[in-house]
Design a protein around this ligand. Structure first.
Ligand code: PLP
Length: 390
């Protein structure tokens, strides 16, 4: 209530993205929707049921806290998988609620056996294998011991999957490292099968890997950024365009198969006329060169609009681009509306997304600052209301 901005989520855009992504990965691969980081800023509560309506039945989160929100948001009987942290009593809660989780060390595996015994239920685990990211993952003697524990506890543990994560598939600079990881993962999966244990689903690919390294699309993919309608990087997009060269040269509008799901809107809070030769806002970063009209938008760096966009960013008002002038404040920013006739207090301001024919992309934020798509999105505050639109 009474919020300074709102976020719209387009269900039709998501439906298209999911259809396109499922077509790309093929019918034999399970699609897991990655909704960590509050669904990349889109809002888990609104995004999860919307994704379920678009046919998604598997969600991946980082932490038990996120799994908790996701579970309460489910409308269908979708599965939830925790890829990272399990704090305090979270494991017991996860097992009770049939939520699967990654196992990347022996302590967690022992605990899983213990908790499953106590609850008289089976723990669903995904064995994370070290292949070269060197973040989390089982290797060497630990992996051998893990196999042993799994073999001795068939009534306590179900291996739902075996997985790994790549060290930056969105950048061609990592090509050799990713190739090495793919090779090691294939070897390890083969070796595990020869140990006579059922390894369940093999999964490794994120959005970029699914596009750039088709061989990484195994039994399941974990897709984050692309389902929200963003390419993981310009390189990944270029790779796609080159692979589908025919379409790239077509004069067809909207040939980008990914549609942005999010639109972030606010409004003009107040308007002021400033004389020629005056500074606008804190300090002296912006000096008027003539009589100018300045609008104030109640969005600032506390809302995730970076201070780095001071005197650099743009927003849309009345279908035109209005530049940010002066420094971005904690709760507001000033925009130059001198060139846009008829702007009134209360007019819609689009910070991210489309207005009439104009559009502000997340990419344009990234071009002006050092942030990646991912970082801009997850900075959107959790409290901002999310509205699902057609
Ligand atoms: C974030 C994440 C993904 C999804 O990555 P995208 O690039 O957003 O598709 C997949 N797997 C793991 C382990 C992750 O942490």
């Amino acid at each position: 209530m009474f919020s300074t901005s709102s976020i719209e989520l387009s269900e039709s855009a998501l439906k298209r993205n999911i259809r396109f992504l499922k077509n790309s990965i093929g019918p034999n691969t399970k699609f897991s929707s990655v909704v960590k980081g509050n669904a990349y800023g889109h809002g888990i509560r609104e995004f999860v049921p919307m994704a379920e309506r678009c046919g998604v039945r598997h969600f991946s989160v980082f932490s038990a806290a996120e799994a908790h929100v996701a579970l309460r948001s489910l409308v269908r009987d979708s599965e939830i998988m925790i890829m990272g942290d399990l704090a305090d009593d979270a494991m017991e809660w996860a097992i009770e609620n049939c939520i699967s989780f990654y196992v990347f060390d022996l302590a967690r595996l022992h605990e899983a056996v213990e908790k499953a015994t106590k609850l008289r239920m089976k723990a669903k685990i995904h064995l994370e294998i070290e292949t070269g990211l060197h973040r989390t993952g089982l290797e060497g003697q630990d992996l051998l011991d893990a196999i042993d524990i799994i073999r001795r506890n068939p009534n306590k543990l179900v291996v739902e999957g075996v997985c790994t994560h790549y060290a930056g598939a969105e950048s061609s600079g990592n090509y050799l490292r990713i190739q090495g990881q793919m090779h090691r993962f294939a070897q390890q999966c083969e070796w595990l099968k020869n140990q006579n244990i059922d390894i369940g689903l093999r999964h490794a690919a994120c959005s970029a890997a699914a596009f750039v390294y088709p061989d990484s699309i195994l039994d399941m993919v974990r897709i984050g950024i692309a389902q929200y309608g963003f390419w993981p990087s310009k390189e990944t997009e270029m790779h796609y365009v080159l692979q589908h060269g025919q379409q790239a040269t077509d004069k067809v509008k909207n040939r980008d198969p990914l549609r942005r799901v999010i639109t972030w809107k606010s409004r003009v809070m107040s308007i002021k006329k400033v004389e020629k030769g005056d500074f606008v806002g804190y300090g002296n970063t912006y000096l008027t060169m003539r009589k100018e009209k300045v609008g104030v938008v109640p969005i600032g760096y506390s809302d995730g609009f970076s201070r780095n966009l001071s005197n650099l960013g743009h927003v849309l008002v009345r279908g035109r681009r209005a530049p940010v002038v002066g420094v971005v404040n904690m709760n507001s920013m000033m925009i130059n509306i001198t060139e846009i006739p008829g702007v009134e207090v209360g007019d819609e301001v689009v910070i991210l997304g489309k207005q009439n024919r104009m559009q502000i992309s997340v990419g344009s934020f990234s071009d002006m600052t050092r942030y990646m798509n991912y970082e801009i999105l997850v900075r959107l505050p959790g409290e901002t209301p999310r509205i699902v639109v057609k």
